[in-house]
Design a protein around this ligand. Structure first.
Ligand code: SF4
Length: 82
């Protein structure tokens, strides 16, 4: 399985389903972003303030498998540059 990336206004989250151990740290930590009932199930657009983006960074940091990764959004970098 390949890693998929989901972009948001401040951060982007990527996910590799082959690594996921279904520990659900993500769903418990930030259900408004990680919702398995929705497609796509990861929605970083919900983390649209610095505060919520930091919460998302913390939640991704607790993923025990390395399935989740987070980076600053390239869209946000474009905005800063212009
Ligand atoms: S926290 Fe990581 S390992 Fe657990 S369900 Fe979410 S992506 Fe999978």
């Amino acid at each position: 399985m390949t890693r998929k990336t989901y972009d948001g206004p401040i951060v982007e989250v990527s996910f590799d389903g082959a690594l996921c151990r279904h520990a659900a740290e993500c769903v418990r930590g930030m259900p408004e972003v990680f919702d398995v009932a929705k497609r796509p199930w990861i929605d970083p657009t919900r983390a649209d303030t610095e505060e919520t983006a930091q919460t998302l960074r913390n939640v991704v940091g607790r993923c025990p498998s390395g399935a989740l990764a987070i980076a600053d959004s390239p869209t946000a970098a474009d905005r800063t540059a212009s």
